[in-house]
Design a protein around this ligand. Structure first.
Ligand code: C5P
Length: 304
């Protein structure tokens, strides 16, 4: 009997061991999914129920030959603009763009061997006197936006710009090492891109390093992140959410209104005393940035 009992015990142990081995093997990706996402100490995309759910709802961020906009999204997009041109016209314009501009993916996909560090630089007046320049330049990717200049403000905002987000109304000339990240708010903005490349006398000359944000991504940020607050998200907030796709570590600079809740700029004296945040849900956006910071998904440099 003792021999029989010993035999059963050994068999139980062996079976348990086999099951444990099989479980570990089949759940390999579960055990290791947090360690192989990127080469930074901490990867932004490490599993977190809150952020992972928000990120999983995201469409492909950029327009491409394989990522056109659906009519449904077009109808949402029309509501934030006055451009009367229809869906067919829009599609013809996009066709022209993809004939002119090569498929130029200005960012690398995540890899266990890469640590993609990014600085997202908004235009807030809180950058004034911040001395953040060298810290900003220390990142691999530096994303600036709209009229945000570096010349004359190097000490506080740095010198490097790998990506510059803009739309025609906020456009500035870029040098050859910077990607233009176009945020199209209407069909005309896409026509502007064609003209700026093909015509000789234009205010802003564009080269072929262009990435175009998909309006589906704008809708996603508005509906999923902002729960439809405001008319549509601000350029800065969309850029920040976009950076979560392009980077493994994100440092945020230049976001935050002044004490009168105006969106003042580091590069100019506030002319309109009651500028506020216009169509955008400035408070909601700020709360979400703070949430991302509290949950240690981003670093947030407030300038104070
Ligand atoms: O004013 P502008 O749109 O050029 O600024 C870029 C972005 O920086 C804004 O869309 C907003 O998200 C952010 N910003 C801010 N606080 C300010 C000024 C701008 O958060 N005082």
């Amino acid at each position: 009997d003792i021999v029989g009992a010993c035999f059963t015990l050994v068999r139980e142990i062996t079976l348990t061991h086999t099951y444990l081995y099989m479980y570990t093997y089949t759940h390999h990706s579960f055990f290791y999914r947090n360690t192989s996402l990127c080469a930074c100490d901490k990867c932004l995309m490490e599993y977190d129920p809150w952020l992972s759910e928000l990120m999983e709802a995201s469409p492909e961020p950029f327009l491409s030959v394989t990522n056109y906009m659906s009519e449904d999204i077009f109808n949402w997009w029309k509501r934030i603009q006055r451009d009367k041109r229809n869906y067919t016209f829009y599609n013809k314009t996009v066709d022209k763009i993809f004939h002119i501009f090569p498929p130029n993916v200005g960012f690398t996909r995540p890899s266990p061997d890469l640590c993609r560090t990014c600085a997202v630089v908004g235009n807030s007046g809180n950058l004034m006197g911040s001395f953040y320049g060298p810290l900003i330049d220390f990142h691999d990717i530096v994303i600036r936006m709209n009229r945000g200049p570096t010349k004359g403000f190097e000490r506080d905002v740095g010198t490097k710009t790998t990506h510059h987000v803009m739309y025609p109304h906020s456009s500035t000339n870029l040098d050859n090492t910077t990607y233009l990240v176009l945020f199209p708010f209407k069909t005309y903005d896409l026509e502007w891109l064609i003209q700026s490349f093909t015509q000789r006398y234009v205010l802003c000359k564009v080269n072929t390093s262009v990435m175009i944000l998909s309006p589906a991504f704008m809708k996603y940020v508005h509906h999923v992140w902002l729960k439809r607050k405001g008319k549509y998200p601000s350029t800065g907030f969309m850029t920040l959410i976009l950076s979560l796709h392009m980077c493994d570590e994100v440092s945020v600079f230049g976001f935050g209104a002044d004490r009168n809740r105006n969106w003042n700029h580091y590069y100019e004296k506030l002319k309109v005393k009651r500028l506020r945040t216009g169509h955008h849900a400035g408070n909601e956006e700020y709360k979400l940035i703070e949430e991302l910071y509290k949950k240690e998904k981003i670093l947030f440099f407030r300038g104070w």
